[in-house]
Design a protein around this ligand. Structure first.
Ligand code: UDP
Ligand code: MG
Length: 320
């Protein structure tokens, strides 16, 4: 083996799909057309993330008809992160591209990513949002704050990052070797390093249906990812401890001084303030620690990230 570039032919396009019956056929057709026009060898890996609509029926039919389409079916909804990792594990290409099923990630950009990867010694081509598309104000503010925290804590610039990425086989294999159960693809794919190039894309509007995110889901996603990528919130506890220690030291000294000067008796408010301050900080701290303990609990269980019910692949059905 030399340190030359690896094989650079086929790309696997991984598309997590959750309740996307109105999108899957159209998305497959659009992507196939663009790949054919640019003579890019490809396969499409659709991962049905436990949809409750007709998504799987459609995917199954597509995969039976077209040997370039692979359909993976989860036993239930495991979330987009799990779908991404299942896609990466199933993919056979020399590079993998991740895109959304709703065509918010413009498929033309895949051609651009492919060319950068093919013609240069580049392992990762990262799609960055040129603008954030049509998002609610609250959502925008929220995601800005979330990424500020992640950036600061992890040292990775995640602001305009998206899941829309091309990863060379090398980077895919590196990701596959990361054993954690609670994954955050966006950050993990930066963490592995490799030679990275950026392309910018405009976030298109969703084709059919609605965004699958609920406010509750988003908050959960943010907290999960902050806690799985940084232990900074745990340090908040230490900082709080130091601050209260200083405050109680000052208060303690003044109380003693007052006692010596015979001005005591008026200390009652101080007691109440101290009581409230410390108990709130203790509760807050316990909450944060509890969060990390629940994470550790999740990880030590070593459950699989997802469970596959069926895989449909035309060319090697029945064998292997
Ligand atoms: N998705 C998924 N599992 C889920 C939620 C979403 O596989 O539990 C997929 C969805 O089908 C789509 C992509 O993740 O292909 C992005 O979802 P969505 O468009 O709802 O998110 P947004 O674009 O609003 O961030
Ligand atoms: Mg979308």
């Amino acid at each position: 083996m030399t340190a030359e570039m690896g094989k650079k032919e086929k790309i696997s396009i991984i598309i997590p799909s959750y309740n996307e019956e109105g999108n899957v056929d159209h998305t497959a057709a659009v992507v196939t057309k663009i790949m054919e026009e640019n003579s890019i060898p490809f396969e499409l890996v659709f991962v049905n993330d436990g949809s409750s609509d007709g998504t799987w029926d459609r995917l199954e039919k597509m995969a039976e008809r077209d040997e370039r389409i692979v359909a993976v079916n989860f036993s239930r909804n495991f979330g987009k992160e799990s779908a991404i990792f299942a896609g990466l594990e199933t993919a056979t290409g020399d590079a993998c591209v991740l895109m959304d099923c709703d065509l918010q990630h413009p498929p033309e950009t895949i051609v651009e990513m492919y060319k950068i990867w093919k013609n240069n010694d580049i392992d990762v081509v990262e799609g960055r949002k040129a603008d954030r598309g049509k998002e609610k104000k609250a959502y925008r503010g929220f995601s800005l704050l979330f990424y500020k925290m992640i950036n600061k804590a992890s040292g990775l610039d995640m602001n305009a990052a998206s899941d829309f990425k091309l990863l060379d086989r090398r980077a895919v294999d590196a990701l596959m070797r990361m054993p954690e159960r609670l994954t955050f693809f966006r950050a993990m794919s930066s963490w592995v390093g490799f030679k990275t190039e950026k392309v910018y894309f405009e976030v298109a509007e969703r084709e059919v249906g609605e965004s699958k995110w609920t406010t509750r889901g988003l908050i959960k996603f943010a907290i999960n990812n902050i806690t799985s990528f940084t232990s900074a919130p745990m340090q908040i506890v230490t900082v709080c401890g130091v601050i209260t220690f200083i405050i109680s030291l000052i208060l303690g000294i003044t109380t003693v001084v007052q006692k010596i000067l015979g001005e005591s008796d008026a200390g009652f408010p101080t007691v109440i303030i101290l009581q409230l301050l410390t108990s709130s900080i203790i509760m807050f701290s316990l909450g944060i620690i509890g969060f990390y303990i629940s994470k550790i609990y999740e990880e030590v269980k070593q459950r699989p990230r997802y469970i596959i019910r069926d895989i449909v692949r035309k060319n090697n059905r029945g064998d292997s």
